[in-house]
Structure formats: C-alpha cells, structure tokens
Design a protein around this ligand. Structure first.
Ligand code: EPU
Length: 346
C-alpha cells in the first residue's frame, strides 16, 4: 500500500479550487507550504512518477475533468523588501501569496509601480507564467527575478527577466517542459520598482476614470482605486458568477488585415504594437459576432464584458467546450479571425 507524506491527500475535489467552478478531482494533492516538501515528492518512489500540475489561485484554469496525477497546490507564503540600488527598490513575495494583497502591501510600504495591476485575481507565482497585464502595464516589465524549484534535479533555479522571454500573455514558463508540465515550480518572484515613480495613465478608460474622480495629478493609491473600481464594474465577482477572467487573447494581426477590417467596420478598436502588428479587441469581435450576454448550455459570455466566459450554474467542461467552439466559429465566420483561448486547459 502507498504511504503518502502528511501533506499529500488523495481524491480531492477541485471545484472549489478553480474560479470557473468546473467539476473534477485530483488523484493526489500536495499542499505545499515548505520547499522541503517538493524535495520529498521528488524522492518519493510513487509520487515522483506521477504526472504533475502546479496550481496557484485557479483563476486562469479550465479543468477538463478528473486529473490522474499529482496537483502541487502552491501555498508558500512571505513577502519582503529585498534591497535597493541607486535607481530601484526590490520587493519580493513567495509564490502562494495573493497577487492583489501583494500589490496593496507594496503600496502600503511606499513602493509604487504595480498599482495598474490591482485587483487581478490569482497568486504571485502565477503572475510571470502568463505575464499578467492590465491598463497598459504588464508584470514582466517590473520583474527582476523568478526563483523556481526544479522537480527533476532538486535544484533551486533563478531566471532573470530576459530569461523569462515575456510577451503578451506569454513567457518561457508556458513552453513545453517548463512550469505547466510540472517540471519547474515557481517559488518566489522578485520585482524591481523604479524609485522615480511615474503614473501610467495612457489607457483611455483609466484616464477617463481618473478624470471623473478629479484626480488630475494622481498618486499611486488613486490609480489603484480607479483600476479596482473599473474591474469591479466590468468583471463578474468570481464568488458570485464563476469565471476565469478574459477567456480569449486579444488577437495580434498584420497592419494590412487590421486596416482592411477597419474599413469595413469603422468602430473596430485597434492597438498598434511596437513590432508593426496590430492588437484587436477580442471583446469587440465577440460582441459584434452576436455573442455578448448569450448562453449555450450552462455557460455564457458575460453581458458586461463579452470576453469573459461565465459559469451560469453547474456548467461542465463540455458546456465550456461547446461555447468556446461556437464563439470561435462565429468570430471566424464574420471577421476571418481565429481567437485563441487565454486560460490554461488541464
Ligand atoms: N469592448 C467591446 N465589448 C465588450 C467589452 C469591450 O466592444 O463587451 C471593447 C471596448 O470598448 C474596448 C475594447 O473592447 O474598446 C477593449 O476592452 P477592455 O478595455 O475591457 O479590455 P480587453 O482587451 O477586453 C484586456 C485584458 C484584461 C484587462 C483589460 C484592461 C486580455 C485578454 N484581457 O481586456 O485582462 O483587465 O484589458 O487592461 O488581454 C485577463 O487577462 O483575465 C483580463 C481581465
């Protein structure tokens, strides 16, 4: 009979651990609060052989059913000021810390820079994986170092921001054989915040919200407050209407294609990128393909933000799959654009 370490359980219900509230069970489930536990897993005769998945806040996850393997539920805690250079402050947090609480903490100790990323659900350890971003800022811009435990060699590895190869909702950790396949478990993230703070208010909707609040010369807390208000207004509360945030990535297309589409649809939002491509708003494409506020089975596209797929109550993976397919087909039929899902499918 298999003897499990005290921090590993079997047959754990994953529904409360994914914000889309899809059903599924984990065959094995390790509650990781200490680094040594990962080494114990690596040396355990049977657990070491299991397929692995590293789970953070479960807010960017689509569960396809039972997971035949080991879930590492990353609950390493702690945050600290990690020194300074002439131009920067360094702050760090362990992977299990809640992202929004971490941002609030940095503001409370007068280390601004992350305020545009307020109110994003999920954990600190998940932030570099998909390079979380909002209101004109991406986490990768401020990242200095990622520490990760290699479950094959048992070594603690350090990756610089350049190693991480950050791009729009993408990083090294999403590649085959890295974090998502359970090889490297991110344990700690260090951020590097410029001492000379400047507000990042270029995102039109944020600028409008600040103007509405009379914040002409906004402080970091004003930006955090405005971002939180915008997110609360447009995005459904995960505890009330289960969802996983934006369900599709905003597509990057050639300038020619964007120009041709805009001639046919003048209200199409377009965001030119430094590499010459143009980012289009998936929410606009979905709304204009007729799917905003529409349901299929127990899943639907949210009425206040068409990019958010919501679980209307009791949705299964099949419901999510059917809706994903229907939305992608409708957008392709109307605009000739392929949408790619944003969350990780497990
Ligand atoms: N729009 C529509 N219909 C809608 C919603 C939006 O036409 O139902 C239009 C808006 O008018 C706007 C454009 O689409 O012109 C963009 O909308 P929004 O500003 O709400 O941002 P988004 O592109 O839909 C992205 C991120 C969000 C992030 C916001 C704010 C992605 C996949 N999503 O959404 O991130 O909060 O910008 O910066 O890049 C997430 O990743 O989970 C997430 C919520």
């Amino acid at each position: 009979m298999l003897t499990l370490p005290h921090f590993v359980s079997s047959e754990i219900d994953l529904r409360p651990l994914n914000t889309l509230a899809l059903p599924g069970r984990a065959e094995f489930f390790a509650h990781i609060t200490k680094m040594e536990q990962m080494d114990a897993i690596r040396k355990h005769p049977e657990l070491a052989e299991q397929r692995r998945f590293i789970l953070g806040g479960g807010s960017n996850l689509v569960l396809s059913g039972d997971f035949p393997g080991l879930i590492l539920y990353m609950r390493l805690m702690g945050r600290e000021c990690s020194g300074e250079s002439a131009a920067h402050y360094y702050v760090s947090a362990a992977a299990g810390e809640n992202w929004h609480e971490f941002v609030n903490w940095t503001l409370s100790i007068h280390r601004p820079g992350l305020e545009n990323l307020s109110w994003i659900p999920g954990s600190v350890g998940a932030a570099p994986v998909q390079n979380i971003g909002a209101y004109g800022v991406e986490a990768g811009e401020f990242l200095s170092q990622v520490e990760a435990f290699d479950l094959e060699s048992g070594k603690l590895c350090r990756f610089s921001a350049a190693d991480c190869a950050f791009a729009y909702r993408d990083s090294l950790f999403k590649r085959e054989g890295w974090h998502l396949s359970g090889r490297y478990a991110i344990t700690r993230v260090v951020f590097c915040l410029p001492k000379r703070w400047r507000p990042r208010t270029g995102y039109a909707e944020l600028a409008e919200e600040l103007a509405r609040r009379g914040a002409d010369n906004p402080a970091p807390a004003d930006i955090a407050g405005a971002v939180s208000a915008l997110r609360r207004r447009k995005l459904p509360d995960m505890n009330v209407l289960p969802n996983s945030g934006s369900f599709f990535q905003n597509p990057l297309v050639s300038a020619e294609l964007a120009g041709a589409l805009a001639s046919a649809h003048p209200s199409l939002p377009r965001y030119p990128q430094p590499d010459g491509r143009v980012k289009l708003a998936a929410a606009w494409l979905i709304e204009n393909a007729g799917w905003k506020g529409r349901n299929l089975g127990a899943a639907g596209m949210y009425e206040k933000q068409a990019l958010v797929l919501v679980n209307r109550g009791g949705a299964t993976f099949k419901d999510v799959q059917n809706l994903t397919r229907a939305v992608r087909e409708a957008v392709f039929a109307r605009f000739g654009i392929h949408l790619e899902p944003e969350p990780v499918f497990l």
